[in-house]
Structures are given as C-alpha cells and as structure tokens.
Design a protein around this ligand. Structure first.
Ligand SMILES: C[S@@+](CC[C@H](N)C(=O)[O-])C[C@H]1O[C@@H](n2cnc3c(N)ncnc32)[C@H](O)[C@@H]1O
Length: 217
C-alpha cells in the first residue's frame, strides 16, 4: 500500500499518538489566547469530519489560527490534499513548520490576521479551527467564524464554549449566511493552566464541537 493510502487508513489511536508528540507554544501569548487543542479532542474532531462527512481526505483544508499546527497536521495525516495553516503569530508558525517536518507531512503556512484574510481565489473545501474564545479580545471568536464561513465551500468545524451556543447559532445563520449550524457533541476541554489569571473553574470547561455548512455567496 502506498504512503498516501496508509495515511487515509490511519487509526484513531495512531493519530492521537502522533499528535501527542507535537511541540506546542513555548511562550504562549495571552492576548492571542494561545493554548493547544489536545490530541484526544483533535483526533476525534478530525476523525468525525472525515469518517462521518468525508470533509478531509482529498480536500483542501484550512486550519484557521493554526498555532503550532495540531489541527492542520491531523488533517494532513488523514490524507487532505492541501493543508493551509494560517496564524497571526510567527513564533507559532515556526513551531508548526518544525512539527510538519517531524511528521514528514506538507502544510503551507501563512502569516495573516484573520480579519484581513484574503486567499486570492484559492478554493477551500473545509475550515477547521479552535478559535480564541473571545475572553481576552471580545468578538475574536466571531471574527474567526465570519472569516471561516466566507472561505469554506463545504464545511467549517469549530470549537466554542457551550455557554455561547445560542449566540453562535443565531449569528452564524442570521449574520454569516450559514446554511446550517449543528452541534456534533459537547466536550470537556482541559485548558492547560498556562496563565496566572486562570482560576480552577476556567481550566476545565464545556465546549461544543460545531459543524457549519456555508451558504452560497
Ligand atoms: C486557541 S489557539 C488554537 C491553536 C491551534 N489551532 C490548536 O488548536 O492547537 C488560537 C490561535 O489563534 C491565533 N490567533 C489569535 N488571534 C488571531 C488573529 N486575529 N488572526 C490569526 N490568528 C489568530 C493564536 O495565535 C493561536 O495560535
């Protein structure tokens, strides 16, 4: 079996194991809400996108706010055709590049603020993201959702605090032209206690895994 086919048949546990070895933010920036998505959540998120909806393998996938590349690299391991990781922070992009080399997968990395995203006609099938929750910069989560629904033609997978569920749904359908907005599951997110301001109740929170279908332009 060739390497590409092997990737597409990658087992969940194997994917989770590979993601567990990735380098993560060495000096996380509070204002950008830099915390990694753990291997358990990432592997389930990408596996669901692939196995339940066919949104990853042979697709063009954008990882918005890619940080150290975890979500995009998982997509590459599951056989995405092209993966583009986008982040405003160059330090994270350097780590993402090292992670890609270690895994021997290809990922294009672009330094850009999500508010000024312009992919110059690049067709994008699927966007995957774990955006800032918007706790440090109000509305940051919505900036990501707006941009994702603009560039994706097939689906957007995203994590948002469960407490914002109604707001997310209403805004996606009413303001961002989404055709559908569905919570696939609710997860416990173990936020590493990276920052001094995190109190206990802030490090173990409920998050929704969403799948949005973009409307036509
Ligand atoms: C919660 S972290 C998620 C990182 C990574 N996707 C992961 O799942 O491990 C959010 C990421 O969004 C990036 N970010 C924050 N504001 C941004 C902006 N305005 N434009 C682009 N990236 C941004 C941060 O640098 C950070 O890497």
């Amino acid at each position: 079996m060739n390497r590409e086919k092997e990737r597409k048949r990658m087992k969940l546990k194997q994917l989770e194991g590979l993601l567990g070895d990735l380098d993560q933010f060495s000096d996380p920036k509070v204002e950008l809400e830099q915390y990694p998505t753990g291997p358990h959540i990432t592997s389930r998120m990408l596996y669901t996108a692939e196995n339940s909806f066919g949104d990853v393998s042979d697709r063009v996938v954008v990882d918005l706010g890619c940080g150290c590349g975890t979500l995009g690299l998982a997509a590459a391991l599951l056989g995405a055709d092209i993966v583009i990781g986008i982040d405003v922070d160059t330090d994270s992009l350097l780590t993402a590049s090292t992670n890609a080399e270690e895994l021997e997968v290809e990922i294009e990395l672009v330094q850009c603020d999500v508010k000024h995203l312009d992919l110059r006609g690049q067709v994008v099938d699927t966007v995957i993201m774990n955006p800032p929750f918007g706790t440090r910069k109000k509305g940051a989560d919505m900036d990501f959702l707006r941009a994702a629904l603009k560039v994706a033609s097939r689906a957007v997978y995203s994590l948002h605090k469960t407490s914002t569920r109604e707001h997310i749904k209403r805004t996606a359908l009413r303001d961002f032209n989404a055709k559908s907005a569905e919570v696939l599951c609710e997860l416990r997110y173990d936020l590493p206690q990276l920052y001094k301001f995190h109190r206990k109740k802030e490090v173990d929170i409920a998050v929704d895994l969403w799948r949005f279908v973009p409307g036509t332009a």
